[in-house]
Design a protein around this ligand. Structure first.
Ligand code: ZN
Length: 360
């Protein structure tokens, strides 16, 4: 190639790169969901973020080119293969806490960010002083806020001695009756459920799928086409997770490409001899991004565990000691090649002995 041709080639390359790079960086095929409860300095710290900290999160999103998206639009985009803005984030709250209305809503209005509140309807009907009134919820909805289902009474849906038809009917009635109350008071609401405490089992998940519900858990991770639509992950962003330092990593993370619908039943019954610590089997959905295989590491009860690879597409991971009763999470991350962020995968287990649930 002579000098003239080389120069023309280089020029063309630069023009092409200039055209393709920005286009590529504007679109994404996944998004992350943040989970909050109270926006308060007086409610229990484990599920609260102060108004000041919350504003810090919103300011960070704005300053770092995150696009806060409407959850329904984001779900539809992923399901239909429509590109999302790069760095898309959805904001959700569980429980109809009044502090969301008093301290969260004014900030979200100021930033013009859409959000979703998952409502347990009994405390609203009972006019609990810490929860919103139906009028407050109507006002949110008029402002474009999405209101969705978090059951009637926030029951532990799967902390029951047996999982028979009676159990399933009761759980489904709890959900359907809440859906009916929301519709009566607020008009159209999406057919979504946030599991109380993020707890579910395979039977409940399958029944919700049959009934056409999309459901959300409390395990970490992002949403993509390969997600389990009856156990969508959300990143807890309050309490111990309020600090911007830990939030930054989560916001920038991408969902680890795995076959989430095949994940093991999350309820480990100690009274039925289920293995504890449980083994999580993960099947990858794609191999092209797997320069990360050596660098994938998992964290279980604060301890680092290396995964065991059966082949290029499958690994298992297990805690080193029995998990304590209640909720536990396996979190696995791997650096994304050429970027400063991580692929993230998480599974929440419920270690349960069939006894009466705690009061939380
Ligand atoms: Zn809740």
């Amino acid at each position: 190639m002579n000098y003239k041709k080389l120069r023309a080639f280089l020029l063309l390359s630069v023009v092409c790169l200039g055209l393709t790079l920005p286009l590529k960086s504007l679109a994404a095929d996944s998004f992350n969901i943040l989970l909050y409860h109270h926006v308060s300095s007086t409610m229990p710290r484990s599920t609260s973020i102060t108004a000041k900290e919350f504003e810090g999160h919103l300011a960070y999103l704005k300053a770092n080119d995150y696009t806060v998206v409407d959850l329904a639009t984001a779900i539809e985009s992923v399901q239909q293969g429509i590109p999302l803005p790069k760095n898309a984030i959805a904001i959700t709250f569980d429980d109809a806490w009044r502090s969301i209305y008093l301290h969260g809503f004014p900030l979200l209005k100021q930033y013009n960010y859409p959000f979703t509140v998952f409502v347990n309807t009994d405390p609203v009907d009972q006019k609990n002083r810490h929860t919103m009134t139906w009028d407050m919820l109507r006002e949110l909805k008029q402002h474009g806020v999405t209101i969705a289902n978090h059951t009637q009474d926030h029951d532990y849906l799967v902390r029951k001695p047996v999982y028979d038809q009676k159990w399933l009917n009761q759980a489904l009635n709890n959900i359907d009756d809440a859906q009916q109350r929301l519709t009566q008071e607020l008009g159209d609401v999406p057919k979504w459920l946030a599991y109380p405490y993020g707890e579910y089992n395979d039977l409940l998940k399958a029944a919700l799928k049959d009934k056409g519900y999309i459901a959300f858990g409390q395990q970490s991770g992002g949403v993509a086409e390969f997600s389990d639509w009856q156990a969508l992950p959300r990143f807890p962003a309050a309490g111990a997770y309020s600090s911007l330092k830990t939030l930054k990593t989560k916001l920038a993370s991408q969902p680890f490409p795995a076959n989430y619908t095949e994940f093991k039943n999350p309820v480990i019954r100690l009274d039925q001899g289920n293995q504890n610590p449980p083994i999580l089997d993960v099947a990858l959905t794609q191999s092209q991004k797997l320069g990360v295989r050596q660098q994938l590491s998992c964290f279980i009860v604060g301890e680092r565990q290396m995964p065991h690879w059966q082949d290029k597409m499958n690994f298992t991971v297990q805690g080193s000691t029995a998990l304590g009763k209640g909720r536990n999470r396996y979190n696995c991350t791997a650096p994304i090649w050429g970027q400063k962020n991580y692929y993230w995968l998480s599974h929440q287990w419920l270690i349960y002995a069939g006894d009466a649930p705690p009061i939380e």
